[in-house]
Ligand binder design. Sequence first.
Ligand SMILES: [Mg+2]
Length: 102
Amino acid sequence: MLIAVDCDGTVDVSGGPVPLELLKKLSERHTLFIIGNPWLAQHLPGIVPDQVGGKSATLKRWKAERPKHDRYIVVDDMPHQYEQGWEGWEFFTPVQFVEAFG
Ligand SMILES: [Mg+2]
């Protein structure tokens, strides 16, 4: 599973509901990318800080470069940023993500 995580308003260290500890736990078994705020990568060993262009363009590129994952998850508090370009990704709000994976 490839999980792309927004930071601001999404992760608890930046005002959101997703515990950083949950991301650390998930990163042991899954590929985690930070989308939107690379500084969070400093708190998550093994996480991949990588963002070029807008969020939709970034997701499109990540999926194209890493086609072998069984699921592509994106979690963000602002879903309107993903109106296009993220086909094949499953969108979760931060609360939905915690309910599903916490
Ligand atoms: Mg955000």
